[in-house]
Design a protein around this ligand. Sequence first.
Ligand code: ATP
Length: 326
Amino acid sequence: MLTPLGFRLLRRLADGEIHSGEALASAVGMSRARVSQVLKEADTAGLKLERIRGQGYRLHDPVPFLDRDAIVAALGATAKTLKIDVVDTVDSTNSELNRRAAREDVHRRLLIAEWQTAGRGRRGRGWTAVAGGSLTFSLGWRFEQGAGFLAGLSLAVGVALARALEIAGISGVELKWPNDLIHRYCKFGGILIELSGDALGPSLAVIGVGLNVRLPPAARRTIAQPVTDLATVARGRVIDRNLLLAVLMRELTAMLDRYAVEGFAPLIPEWQRRNAFRGKAAKIVLPDGSTASGDVVGVDASGALVLDHGGRRLRFVTGEVSLRRP
Ligand code: ATP
């Protein structure tokens, strides 16, 4: 497990240059032996560190680490509407924001983690992330309405993220119902929304987002479905995670302000335009493992998926089922 000291060392190595054990040790006020011991943990966070005999250490793929000041500067006026925390490591940004919600108001609180050690997907599934190569964050948002009104929220968040990626010059992003961001049927992003509050409102939504910016092969091997990362989608272009995060947050907060008034219905055409399965045959895996199939018609105003099965309309709500290629 990477410790805070480990992150301090990695930040020094983020420039991709060779740093001697001695220089690193004196920078953090520790012995060289301790530095060597701490850096052994780098690979647990998905970072490949080279040890060059007689010279020192170098990060194999140098990456700028997340930096709160850079994010705030890039966010401009939007930063003033948010409470922003950037942490090195946390189990899951959603779990942490939910814990904080028990003792403080987390409306418009944004928690960004360099590394999630126990990221979560829906229904107890895991989300794999690596230090330096993922974007994992959660945003708290209070709505006056209840869960019914918020049923389409994860689809709306998907639209906001896809728009932001397009603005950032990353095209070809598609949505997979209910909450995945994909490219050529490979997943690179997920959304996890957890709601609390009264059935008729008000509600607190903890909106979690995980994106692969550059996911190393070892991390990919832990995921049991086709995956990709934004570096691949952007054809190798270098992606600055701090700048990208700012673009994502601007689109996301603008979307949430509008959603609070209009709900999901006005977004149906855009969601459908970005729907990777539009008009395509699909298989639905139900909680008991059984399957249903049909052609994807689209989504309704509550965010439910509508399939055509031999002329019969089938409707599936979020949270119950998974969509797959047949
Ligand atoms: P599915 O994506 O199977 O339709 P889902 O939308 O319910 O189901 P989520 O709960 O959103 O899936 O995400 C968890 C799943 O995503 C994991 O079970 C795993 O297969 C996959 N996954 C985990 N980490 C990553 C990652 N970094 N990139 C892409 N996919 C991942």
